[in-house]
Design a protein around this ligand. Structure first.
Ligand SMILES: [Ca+2]
Ligand SMILES: [Ca+2]
Length: 394
């Protein structure tokens, strides 16, 4: 899979560079800060003008961070950003309030896929594939970060689905997923294909829910406190099955179907005879096949119209396991409307990272944050960009 990902990345990069006329002629957006810190930016070109959002919404560049993956914001406004491919963790700050990055710091480098970042009580938490680190009082030491404290080191070392999204729940526990070490397989070790949780100091680690193939984004419902998480569907069953998933966990011990059942109703051809789909918690919303849903957030701000209250935004990184005839799926941000714990509508919010006519993409959405002013940040690991989305009544 890693090889395929690399091939896809090469293809996409090649596609952009050889580009078609209309894309290549667009203005190549960059910001002033990136010019002074070129080492943080080596992504592809950004084509803001090709992005489509609903009426009244705008998107601009907040800043460039190479291979920008998961994001965590401190109450003081320091944004921490992890990498998957580059091994770094960055902190960026907007000092003058214009929503453009002014300061950048490299907190860590040469880590093993440090995709996950979380912030709690002044401390930064970083997840490698098998280890969790804590950087204490990080904001007082951004330019000279302290040696981190190892708080947990016993996660599997498999790189296949091994990169981690992490976040603190309303219960104060740190939630840490462990992906399946394969496309489709049963594992004897219950840690695989699970979401675990632990105390902030690494103690009392336990499995929270099971049957989760590969979640790279989760959040909690602002009113019910339920855990909502994306899950990337299995590959090699065809262009249009199985669906990727948005799930709701309402209790510890729930099982979400992998590897036996996909999308609530699709029996796995290899493992599906062992347990029927009825045994498992069905998705709250089936997403399109192969879209690779990653970051997910409820809209809790007040800038967007009232109808967006508690809308669930999903960052769809984009497919690799679809035929050229079918074309890529994902490469967009979608929104799911939820009622009583179930999705009742699923539609696009930001499209245009993928040129459908050439089947080439220049951007891959990864993670979403809602800022205090109600605007939204979106990371893109292909172009190495963090965008800000705003709304203004016309
Ligand atoms: Ca600024
Ligand atoms: Ca499932």
């Amino acid at each position: 899979m890693k090889l395929l990902y690399s091939l896809l990345a090469l293809f996409v990069l090649w596609g952009c560079q050889s580009g078609n006329g209309s894309q290549a002629s667009d203005e190549n957006a960059s910001d002033e800060a990136s010019a002074s810190n070129p080492e943080l930016v080596s992504g592809t070109d950004v084509f803001l003008d090709s992005l489509q959002l609903p009426e009244g919404f705008s998107i601009e560049i907040f800043g460039r961070v190479d291979n920008a993956r998961s994001m965590a914001m401190s109450p003081n406004g320091t944004l921490f950003v992890g990498n998957r491919g580059e091994g770094g963790v960055y902190a960026v700050r907007d000092i003058n309030g214009d929503y453009k990055i002014d300061e950048r710091y490299q907190i860590a480098k040469d880590l093993t896929m440090p995709n996950g970042v979380a912030f709690k009580d002044g401390d930064l938490y970083v997840a490698e594939v098998s280890k969790l680190w804590k950087y204490s009082n990080i904001e007082e030491n951004l330019s000279n970060p302290p040696a981190p404290e190892l708080i947990y080191e016993d996660y599997p070392t498999d790189k296949h689905h091994g990169w981690k999204y992490i976040a603190f729940g309303p219960d104060g526990k740190l939630y840490v997923p462990v992906g399946a070490p394969c496309n489709i397989c049963e594992s004897e070790n219950e840690i695989y294909a699970s979401i675990t949780r632990m105390d902030a100091n690494g103690a009392n680690r336990e499995v929270f829910v099971s049957g989760v193939r590969n979640t790279v984004g989760f959040t909690w419902h602002p009113e019910t406190g339920d855990l909502w998480f994306t899950d990337n569907g299995r590959d090699m069953l065809g262009d249009d099955i199985p669906p990727c998933e948005l799930n709701r966990a309402s209790a510890q011990g729930q099982h979400f179907g992998y590897p036996y059942c996909h999308g609530g109703t699709i029996k796995d051809p290899e493992f599906g005879d062992k347990f029927p789909c009825e045994n498992f918690v069905k998705p709250a919303q089936n997403l399109d096949a192969h879209v690779a849903p990653l970051g997910v957030k409820f809209y809790t701000g007040s800038m967007f119209p009232e109808s967006y209250k508690n809308i669930i935004f999903v960052a769809e990184h984009g497919s690799w396991n679809r035929s050229p005839e079918a074309g890529h799926s994902g490469h967009r941000v979608t929104m799911v409307r939820e009622e009583n714990g179930q999705g009742v509508a699923y539609e696009p919010f930001i499209t245009g990272f993928l040129n459908k006519s050439t089947n080439q993409a220049w951007g891959r959405p990864v993670d979403i944050l809602v800022l205090e002013d109600g605007s939204m940040l979106l990371s893109d690991d292909l172009s190495g960009t963090i965008y800000r989305i705003t709304y203004k009544e016309s």
